[in-house]
Design a protein. Structure first.
Length: 576
RNA sequence: GCUUCCUUAGCUCAGCCGGUUAGAGCAUCUGACUGUUAAUCAGAGGGUCCCUGGUUCGAGCCCAGGAGGGAGCGCCA
């Protein structure tokens, strides 16, 4: 009996599905013909926004049923469509009518009005004005009198604010309560040519909705300039300022430009690990990663911490460089780059260092030092050009407020060949310089900041690439020169920044690499896989590291690296 | 890690040789003003002078220690 019931229900369900399918075949459909500009229906233009793909008009063709055994409809047949608001071009009326006579021209649907960004609204051509729009953002300033109020609206899409005009005839004082500096609002109204000076367009508001107010007694940001030090303590709110909006948009453009440059030039983006089991990357102090209890870690017989008990079964750290792993990828994919976070547990207290920063590390198989220099120079100049092209308004703002010569300097770097010379030649120049240095200049010691600055800012007056440093002051993996004294290293020095790129041709000879590791006390066991790259199919290759924030620092003209990353990490500071 | 400077109203800063009730601009609040745009004008409120101790008849100011911040240097990207 039970089984019979089950079978009955199953057959009923199948029948229902079949009927639904037949019904669907007989249905008239409203096709989607894409979005059409307002010219298709001048009357409905009133209701739609011009901007973007949203909020506009949708023209939809009528599609009769197309099932194989159904004859095509005869002229005069009636049909129904879903009862959405639409515009009937044959009648020049709007409505919710659902019955039509075949054949029928396409219907025009008014889409619900959607938000436009301030950037889109400000870029509206003059012949597309006088339309209803919806903007959402944060109030930057409100001023006016009892007849008319002006609200500067910013939504982060660009530096500029949109002026919202709220006339007293539409808005009482109470209606604008809370619409003050810092508040989030939605504004509906007509986008028109501005009556005032200072902006091309403005919104004559018809409706202002307050999402969230901001208590004027306690809101930290005011309609005036704040010091960068103060804003550093307000890292959760500083993106709402002109300065940090501009910096963050430039930062984004540079990040995108980096991926674009490499993609356009046949590089593959490889993701190197953030947690690393090797502590021999040779680039500085590392942050330990562990799940062991800090108070009572397990200990071995000799009393040291027993990392075999740890999460990974060994001691692990945050990466200081993706270079060694990038070399693995380069020896397979040819041209690769990494772009990821990097960590240095060094007690560096300067305006050019962070404990957590982003680094770009290209690595190219078969490249030698000259090709490496060409890549670094072309890469940097392309990025500066990209920023000049895509961030004009933001860079102009930063130039005006922080660095008068910014645009001039960026254009200069974009257009000028870098000076290339060896470390040895640089030492000669410094020794014969009239300037007195605090630190002595001697072949074999690393150059001090003052020496680098002299070369870049006073002697050559342009970016400089220094090459062939003494082997003692450079990392173990750099290729030894024929003289056995220097290595094929290169540092790119920029005005105001100092070292922006450090790179080299890598040692591809297994024997020489092992000898260098022994000299510099780098344990071979840890890097057995790195050595195997030289054991199997070794080839010349080269690469470099670019500190992303140093690039942003240079392009924005900001003075402190803590102001070009949203949440800076530096000694004694990990707030936010 | 080293050197050096700074800490006074919500913000940016004055504050003389140690002297009576600590000031300005901006911001906030109230009012005025028919299109402002760093709006303007008038008025009002707003202070643990970073903290602790000391010197002194008397300390925002001098001394010692501590905390926080900036700049420069080192390490580097």
């Amino acid at each position: 009996m039970q089984q019979f019931d089950k079978l009955y229900l199953l057959r009923r369900e199948l029948l229902r599905k079949k009927l639904a399918k037949v019904e669907a075949l007989h249905k008239w459909k409203v096709g989607s013909a894409g979005f059409q500009p307002a010219r298709d229906a001048p009357k409905l233009a009133e209701a739609g926004a011009w901007h973007g793909r949203q909020g506009g008009l949708k023209r939809a063709a009528i599609k009769p049923p197309t099932a194989p055994n159904i004859p095509p409809p005869r002229p005069g047949a009636t049909f129904t469509v879903p009862s959405a608001p639409f515009f009937d071009p044959t009648l020049l009326t709007c409505g919710l009518k659902t019955r039509f006579t075949w054949p029928h021209p396409p219907l025009v649907f008014a889409m619900s009005i959607a938000r436009s960004t301030v950037q889109q609204l400000l870029a509206t051509p003059a012949d597309h004005l006088d339309r209803e729009v919806l903007a959402k953002g944060w109030v930057r300033a409100r001023r006016g009198n009892k007849y008319v109020q002006f609200i500067a609206l910013n939504d982060g899409s660009c530096l500029a604010n949109l002026q919202v005009v709220a006339a007293a005839e539409h808005f009482s004082d109470e209606a604008l309560t809370g619409v003050a500096n810092g508040a989030a609002v939605a504004v509906r109204g007509r986008l028109v040519a501005s009556q005032g000076k200072g902006q091309a367009v403005e919104i004559q508001a018809t409706e202002i909705t307050l999402y969230g107010g901001a208590d004027q007694e306690t809101y930290p940001l005011q309609t005036k300039q704040h010091s960068l030090e103060f804003l550093r303590e307000q890292a959760h709110l500083r993106p709402r300022t002109n300065t940090f909006g501009a910096v963050l948009r430039v930062r984004h453009a540079l990040a995108y430009g980096i991926h674009k440059y490499f993609n356009d030039n046949g590089f593959y983006y490889v993701h190197t690990p953030i947690v690393t089991g090797s502590d021999a990357e040779g680039a500085g102090q590392m942050f330990r990663v562990t799940t062991l209890a800090p108070e009572h870690p397990p200990r071995t017989a000799d009393g040291s911490v027993d990392y075999s008990e740890d999460f990974f079964g060994k001691a692990t750290n945050l990466t200081v460089s993706g270079q060694l792993e990038a070399e693995i990828a380069a020896m397979a994919l040819g041209k690769v780059y990494t772009f990821g976070p990097t960590f240095r547990a060094e007690n560096s207290n300067t305006a050019r260092h962070l404990a957590e920063f982003w680094m770009i590390e290209p690595e190219v198989a078969f490249n030698e030092l000259p090709e490496n220099m060409n890549l670094a120079e072309d890469f940097l100049r392309s990025l500066v050009r990209y920023a000049l092209e895509h961030c004009a308004a933001d860079l102009a703002f930063l130039a005006e407020h922080y660095d008068k010569d910014l645009l001039e300097r960026l254009r200069f770097v974009a257009d000028t060949d870098f000076e290339r010379l060896t470390y040895t030649a640089a030492i000669e120049i410094l020794k014969s310089a009239k300037k007195k240095f605090e630190f002595p200049v001697d072949w074999g010691t690393d150059l001090q900041s003052e020496h680098e600055r002299y070369l870049v800012e006073q002697h050559f007056k342009k970016p400089v690439i220094l090459t062939n440093y003494p082997k003692e002051i450079k990392a173990f993996y750099m290729k030894l020169d024929e003289d056995g004294r220097t290595v094929r290293a290169m540092d790119v020095l920029f005005p105001g920044i100092g070292e922006i790129i450090g790179g080299s041709q890598r040692e591809e000879d297994l024997g020489k690499l092992k000898a260098r590791m022994a000299e510099m006390h780098v344990p071979e066991e840890e890097l057995w896989w790195y050595l195997e790259l030289r054991k199997y199919g070794t080839a010349p290759h080269a690469g470099f590291g670019l500190g992303f924030e140093r690039l942003v620092l240079f392009v924005t003209g900001m003075a402190n690296i803590r102001d070009v990353i949203p949440f800076p990490r530096y000694p004694k500071n990990a707030a936010f």
